[in-house]
Design a binder for this molecule. Structure first.
Ligand SMILES: [Zn+2]
Length: 218
C-alpha cells in the first residue's frame, strides 16, 4: 500500500512538472507541432510506447470499429521484440512513427546520443517523417537536426492514461472538454496504461464519432 502511494505521488509530481513544461513549451517551441489543421473537424489519435503484442491489436480493433486511423509512436526495441505488429498496423492504414529506440529522456543525453537513438529507431521502421520525444523531453540542441528529416509531434490533449489510480470518469470528461478541431490526442498502448486505456478509449471514440470528428493519421 505504501509503495503504491509512493508510486502515485511520484507519478503526480512528474506530471505537475511536465504540465509546467508543456505550458511554457507551447510558447517557446513554436517549431514543434502541438495541434494541426485547426479548421477541420478532425482529431489525430496517437498511441505511444508500443508495439505491445496484446494491447496494440486491441487498440487497432477499437479503431477499426469506428473507422478511425491512428498514429503509433513506437519504441524501436519493442518493434524488434514483437515484429509482427508493425506490418499489421500498416495493413490497417495506421501510421507508424519514431519514439526513439530505447524510450530515452532527451535531457539526459547529449545531442549526438539523442540523434543516434532516433536513427536506430528509423533503422527498424524506416523514416516516417514524424518524431515524438519520450516523456515530452526533447533534447533542445538536437531540435534543428531532427527537423531536417522530421516534424516533431507534441500534443494538445493528454489522456493521462499512464497515471495509476486515474479517475476515469473525470479524465474522460476532461479530454472530451479539451478536444477541438485539430487536436492531437495522446494515449499509450503499453502495459502500464492498459487498465486506463481500456476504460477510456471506447467511450472517447464514441464521443468523437457522435460529434462528427474524423480520426485521421498525422
Ligand atoms: Zn513514450
Amino acid at each position: 500500500m505504501k509503495n503504491l502511494l509512493a508510486r502515485k505521488n511520484v507519478a503526480y509530481l512528474t506530471f505537475a512538472a511536465l504540465n509546467f513544461w508543456y505550458s511554457i513549451g507551447k510558447t517557446f517551441l513554436p517549431k514543434l507541432t502541438w495541434r494541426k489543421g485547426v479548421n477541420e473537424q478532425t482529431v489525430y489519435l496517437t498511441f505511444d510506447d508500443g508495439p505491445h503484442p496484446e494491447i496494440t491489436p486491441w487498440v487497432m480493433n477499437e479503431l477499426d470499429k469506428v473507422g478511425a486511423n491512428g498514429t503509433f509512436f513506437v519504441v524501436g526495441d519493442n518493434v524488434v521484440k514483437y515484429p509482427g505488429i508493425v506490418p499489421e498496423l500498416r495493413k490497417r492504414k495506421n501510421l507508424v512513427a519514431n519514439h526513439t529506440f530505447h524510450h530515452v529522456k532527451g535531457w539526459r543525453l547529449n545531442a549526438e546520443q539523442y540523434l543516434n537513438e532516433i536513427a536506430a529507431c528509423d533503422e527498424v521502421i524506416g523514416n516516417s517523417g514524424l518524431f515524438r520525444p519520450p516523456f515530452g523531453q526533447i533534447n533542445f540542441k538536437a531540435i534543428p537536426l531532427i527537423l531536417q528529416k522530421n516534424e516533431i509531434i507534441m500534443w494538445d490533449v493528454l489522456s493521462k492514461d499512464y497515471l495509476p489510480g486515474l479517475n476515469i470518469r473525470r479524465a474522460l470528461a476532461r479530454i472530451k472538454r479539451q478536444t477541438r478541431p485539430g487536436s492531437i490526442v495522446v494515449f499509450h498502448d503499453s502495459k502500464k496504461a492498459e487498465t486506463n486505456l481500456k476504460a477510456m478509449l471506447p467511450e472517447y471514440l464514441k464521443f468523437l464519432k457522435d460529434n462528427g470528428y474524423q480520426m485521421k493519421v498525422l
